[in-house]
Design a protein around this ligand. Structure first.
Ligand SMILES: Nc1ncnc2c1ncn2[C@@H]1O[C@H](COP(=O)(O)OP(=O)(O)OP(=O)(O)O)[C@@H](O)[C@H]1O
Length: 260
């Protein structure tokens, strides 16, 4: 199932924020959206998710235009993972994740045994079974993010849209979430995510797009897009992109800013 944007124009009424955005996320792809604050990453996500009407262009899923799809049908193909903000409702973690089954339930029916088994398996794969009976309001930010990922997986969608999945997380939890993203792409999910950390592109993405001045300024693979020149142009910071080798043989690329 491929998600394709063709010449998408989006924004708020007459206020155009992103123009002529064309890109695709296929099974197994991880596409990272980079760009300074306020450039339109969330606006583009809201448009993909159907919360904002497109001003022009089209979005295709599996080659079909999604305009006019029901929320239920769309939710079976595309799941949204929001940032792990606090909710005032003290739901149990298990119930939060079961909410992901909503697109498969008949009106007024409750999740059944099969839904619960599916959710338990997903929790086990994310190593969060121990949180089952805890209140969502009483778990840590990293745990919340994993619960929201679990809820999206319970939707059994093929594409995950993740808004800054590592924001507010400590270093260890950031790596845990990025590792899960790598794992999900190996399981053939397509993922489109935003991040403010170019390093994260090297950790988990095979595609990257930079939004600048209302356009998809650069799009391609991490090596050609996350470069010293592009980062300086977009963020106004001198950055060195370095190759690092671990004694284990693991190779990584990192972005080191020059602080003067
Ligand atoms: N509901 C709204 N109505 C009108 N304009 C809005 C609305 N929400 C956001 N904007 C404007 O759209 C522009 C893009 O905002 P958006 O939140 O998409 O940026 P972003 O790239 O996600 O930023 P950040 O990295 O800070 O999260 C901003 O100028 C913002 O003021």
């Amino acid at each position: 199932m491929k998600l394709e944007l063709k010449d998408v124009v989006c924004g708020y009424g007459p206020n155009v924020i992103v123009k002529q955005a064309s890109m695709g996320v296929a099974e197994g792809d991880v596409l990272c959206l980079l760009g300074p604050n306020g450039v339109g990453k969330t606006t583009l996500f809201k448009s993909i998710l159907g919360f904002l009407k497109l001003l022009d262009g089209e979005i295709l899923l599996g080659g079909k235009n999604i305009a006019g799809w029901s929320r239920k049908l769309f939710a079976r193909e595309v799941a949204y993972v929001p940032q792990a903000h606090n909710t005032p409702f003290p739901f149990k973690v298990l119930d939060v994740i079961l909410m992901g089954r909503t697109p498969y339930l008949r009106p007024f029916s409750a999740p059944g045994k099969e839904d619960r088994n599916l959710v338990k398996n997903i929790m086990a794969s994310l190593d969060i079974l121990a949180l089952e009976n805890k209140l969502y309001t009483e778990i840590s930010g990293g745990e919340k993010q994993l619960v929201l990922i679990a809820r999206a997986l319970a939707q059994q969608a093929k594409i995950l849209v993740m808004d800054e999945p590592t924001s507010n997380l400590d270093f260890g939890n950031q790596i845990k979430v990025l590792n899960q993203i790598r794992k999900l792409s190996r399981e053939n999910l397509g993922i489109i995510m935003t991040t403010h950390f170019p390093d994260h592109v090297f950790i988990c993405a095979n595609k990257v797009a930079i939004i600048r001045d209302g356009f998809l300024h650069k799009i391609g693979n991490p090596e050609t897009v996350v470069t010293r020149e592009n980062l300086r142009e977009v963020y106004g910071v001198n950055v060195s992109v370095e190759n690092i080798s671990f004694t284990s043989g693991y190779k990584a690329k990192v972005c080191v800013p020059e602080v003067v």
